[in-house]
Design a protein around this ligand. Structure first.
Ligand SMILES: Nc1ncnc2c1ncn2[C@@H]1O[C@H](COP(=O)(O)OP(=O)(O)OP(=O)(O)O)[C@@H](O)[C@H]1O
Ligand SMILES: [Mg+2]
Length: 257
């Protein structure tokens, strides 16, 4: 029996037949994707396959050329973009911290924009730093240039969590890390997302990362969603693009039978 159709209130994100053209490039071509509350979707695809563009459609930094994108059951074009973005935590590719602001100010920026009092902001920032494993006393007053790449990425994650959004968009948040730190951060993040009950779409180039933390793996190629599967099933898919990923990661398909 097929699983029951998701209830509208369970659907955090829905793309329906989405096409996106940027300049002369057809970036996305008929992509449909429904993400339910609590899912952690790993989004794979080669460079230029449209992963970042797909995230930007969700927080309305881009609008589809055709088709529709809905968040919490409502088309993004009907949301006030500022309100929408404050409900969605966004970890920008390469962390995107403001270099002339301290770590604390970077993390607390949205709280500042929301008019939260300074003492409340500081308490929240300290809590967020602890959550991502950075001691506030050591890190709060540093500038981004005084951090390692991994620490910067943690600050990016903390900033995305500042307003306690139910939905997180993370664009290669662990890309520039050595394999050991990376594996630890991936595990910590997956546990954190579970614990806090977040829904997340996480972009990655790395199948191992997708398998480690995704509850579901989606693969973009040539503007189309060519695979959408649970981690356990992904390695058994027939789609040539999925098989190429598995081979490149040294994870050939298990023998059929
Ligand atoms: N501002 C823009 N104007 C025109 N084309 C763009 C623009 N930004 C991106 N593109 C094109 O859109 C396509 C998808 O870009 P996108 O950034 O979504 O890819 P990506 O999958 O995130 O790649 P990467 O893994 O390198 O980050 C690419 O062909 C890119 O050249
Ligand atoms: Mg990108």
């Amino acid at each position: 029996m097929p699983p029951p159709a998701p209830q509208a209130e369970d659907l955090q994100v829905e793309l329906r037949q989405v096409c996106l053209t940027r300049g002369a490039t057809v970036v996305l071509d008929g992509v449909s994707l429904s993400v339910r509350r609590g899912e952690l979707v790993a989004l794979l695809g080669a460079s230029g396959s449209g992963k970042t563009s797909l995230l930007k459609l969700i927080n309305r930094m881009l609008e589809p050329t055709a088709g529709a994108v809905a968040v919490e059951g409502r088309p993004t074009t009907e949301w006030d973009p500022i309100r929408l973005r404050r409900r969605i935590g966004y970890v920008i590719q390469d962390a995107g911290l403001f270099p002339h602001y301290t770590v604390a100010r970077n993390i607390g920026l949205l709280l500042e924009l929301e008019g939260r009092p300074a003492a409340q902001r500081r308490a929240r920032v300290d809590r967020l730093l602890e959550l991502v494993g950075l001691a506030p006393a050591t890190y709060a007053d540093r500038f981004p240039a005084e951090l390692s790449g991994g620490e910067r990425q943690r600050v990016g994650v903390a900033r995305a969590l500042a307003l306690d959004p139910g939905l997180l968009l993370l664009d290669e948040p662990f890309s520039a890390l050595d394999p050991v730190v990376r594996a630890r951060l991936q595990q910590e993040f997956a546990a954190l997302a579970r614990e806090l009950g977040k829904t997340a779409l996480l972009v990655t180039h790395d199948l191992q990362e997708a398998l480690r933390i995704g509850t579901r793996i989606c693969l973009l190629a040539n503007g189309k969603l060519v695979a959408d599967a649970a981690p356990d099933d992904f390695l058994r898919l027939d789609a040539p693009e999925a098989r190429a990923y598995a081979r490149a990661a040294g994870l050939g398909a298990a023998p059929q039978g």
